[in-house]
Structure formats: C-alpha cells, structure tokens
Design a protein. Structure first.
Length: 145
C-alpha cells in the first residue's frame, strides 16, 4: 500500500520505502530521511536572489551572502523532479523534515477502506485536488475592554 506523503513523495508501507510519486524511484528506507536518496544541487544563493544594488559600489546588496547561506535543492534521481528546497548554512547537513511512525501508519491504513492514493488526492497530475476539509467555524469577540 502506497501512502502519499507530499506532492512528490509516497511511502510504500509493504516495503517501508520512500518512493517518487512521478516515476516510482526508490529513495530509501521510510524510517529514515528520504533526502539521503536524492540528488542534491548545492546552489549559490545569488543565482536565485541576485543583487539589487551594484556589488562594485556596495558591500550589502540584498543578495544572500554565500559564505552564510546555501540553497540545497533535492531531486529524484529517476526522473529529475525537484522534491524539496531548503536554505542552510554552508556545510550544514540536509535537515530532517519528516519522521513518520511507520508502524502507526500501517495500523491506521489497515483500519481504513479505500485506496490511499485516491483518498489523498494531491500531487502531480492535472486532476489533483486538495483534501476535503470540514468547515472552520468559531466566533471571536472584538469587544473593547
């Protein structure tokens, strides 16, 4: 059973593996960090955020300083889909942005009916929709005290 976790990532609960939702490339143990199974592009932030002011005239140009900031882009090795981006200090390891209790997911989905990839319909594809949500209703008091 495959559970969509993000727009481009799923967890196969049978094999306990991270999978690309575009090409089904295996990106590693679902009990670990999926980023370990991706291609990483360590970008100079000035490529994305160019200087607003002339760097020949001004020390501070509103562009991130590459000595203090790097942009890490994570790509699927199978199809090249960009999965995630993060800003880190140079040399910092990739962050762990998702840790899932695989045993709890297995139990939860064993008790549900239906195909998770149909029930959780977001991600790649022209027919993707957001998950239905219940209406939010509560009142606020704006009385002056």
């Amino acid at each position: 059973m495959r559970i969509p976790m993000t727009e481009y990532l799923a967890i196969d609960l049978d094999s306990e593996r991270w999978l690309c939702r575009v090409c089904e490339h295996d990106m590693g143990n679902a009990r670990g960090n999926y980023k370990e199974g991706t291609l990483v592009y360590d970008r100079d932030p000035r490529e994305i955020h160019p200087s607003i002011l002339d760097p020949e005239k001004y020390e501070y140009t509103f562009a991130p300083d590459p000595l203090f900031c790097r942009i890490l882009e994570f790509y699927c090795p199978g199809c090249g889909t960009q999965i995630e981006t993060e800003y880190t200090p140079p040399g910092h390891p990739p962050t762990v942005d998702m840790i899932w209790d695989i045993d709890a997911l297995k139990k939860q989905w064993a008790e549900r009916e239906g195909d998770p990839e149909t029930l959780v319909n977001y991600g790649p594809g022209e027919n993707a929709i957001a998950e239905p949500r219940t209406a939010h209703s509560h009142s606020h008091s704006h009385a002056q005290h």
